[in-house]
Design a protein around this ligand. Structure first.
Ligand code: SF4
Length: 317
């Protein structure tokens, strides 16, 4: 079986060729309730390891077949940072990738390991998951291997975010009745205040989960997003439950809403009724609303506040 999959067209990351660093079986240091893979006890190290030679052979072949790739994504049937030759693999990929970006999708658990921290610094883009900020909810939702502590993870993400020169994305996945409480969101908000990142993607369960847990409706995600500080670059990614019940917004309400939370076209389609969408376009044409782009996603916000928000959110741009 090839260790490469795709290309996959992702709106967030472009055309991606994926590398599965655990292609034969699931190997993960978490056993998340919402995982779309088989439930499996969390482990600390990989017991089945694919050679870097095999991965590079597959990658070179795939790059020849698919020359127009934006990003090579390191991922796994489990957690990619558990791959024991990650650093060596990144070195080899760098020699053949040309202008293609490198990206890893990690659960963040190993970031407090200095070797992994340094390996990830060498990538162009890093996406780190952070589902909880309190030890109690972290253990319930992500079910980590022993000795993995959320306080260490948060410190490592914060430190990484101030060192990394590439694009850092944070992802939070919300599960009904677990990390969707105001208390947990406020704890996440506190942790995020000291993380410099390109975007914070919030979503929910989109595919059948490993355990019997439920996702949230789009409107619930939208309401939760208001618990976060408006300066944080929050982006709601989950559309599965976006069966919209559009509401009417006056011009003033549109500006106030965008001031609290910049919205994307998808958000606007889900939240605004037809009259409100027309009003939104009028405000846009009048220049009262402006756009900012954050890694392929356009956000709308009131002109008078854009300078303040841009200044706070693009410190690394
Ligand atoms: S970290 Fe990813 S692969 Fe591992 S259990 Fe959680 S969702 Fe599944």
């Amino acid at each position: 079986m090839s260790t490469i999959f795709g290309p996959i067209h992702s709106r967030r990351f472009g055309v991606s060729l994926g590398i599965d660093l655990s292609s034969s079986t699931k190997q993960c240091n978490f056993d998340c309730l919402y995982c779309e893979l088989t439930p499996m006890k969390a482990i600390k190290t990989q017991h089945t390891v694919t050679s870097t030679e095999t991965i590079l052979y597959d990658l070179k072949e795939a790059l020849q077949n698919h020359p127009n790739i934006d990003v090579i994504t390191l991922t796994a049937n489990g957690e990619p940072t558990m791959y024991p030759y990650l650093n060596e693999l990144i070195t080899e990929i760098d020699t053949i990738k040309g202008n293609i970006q490198t990206l890893i999708l990690s659960n963040s658990a190993s970031l407090s390991d200095e070797n992994i921290f340094n390996a990830l610094l060498r990538l162009d883009q890093v996406k780190l998951s952070l589902d909880a900020a309190t030890p109690e909810i972290f253990r319930k939702i992500d079910r980590p291997a022993e000795e993995i502590e959320i306080t260490n993870i948060i410190h490592a993400i914060q430190r990484f975010s101030h060192t990394f020169k590439g694009k850092l994305f944070i992802e939070i996945l919300f599960v009904r009745g677990l990390n969707d409480t105001p208390k947990e969101v406020m704890a996440l908000n506190t942790a995020l205040q000291n993380i410099q990142c390109e975007r914070i993607d919030i979503g929910t369960i989109d595919r059948p989960p490993a355990y019997p847990v439920q996702g949230l409706q789009f409107k619930e995600l939208y309401e939760l997003s208001h618990y976060f500080d408006p300066s944080l670059p929050i982006h709601i990614v989950s559309r599965t439950h976006a069966t919209a019940t559009p509401s009417h917004y006056s011009a003033n309400e549109i500006l106030t809403t965008l001031d609290k939370r910049p919205l994307t076209d998808d958000d606007i389609n889900a939240l605004f009724d037809e009259e409100s969408k027309k009003q939104f376009l009028i405000l846009l044409n009048e220049g009262k609303i402006t756009k900012i782009e954050r890694s392929n996603i356009i956000f709308y916000l009131p002109l008078e506040n854009s300078a303040r928000k841009r200044q706070k959110n693009t410190q690394k741009s």
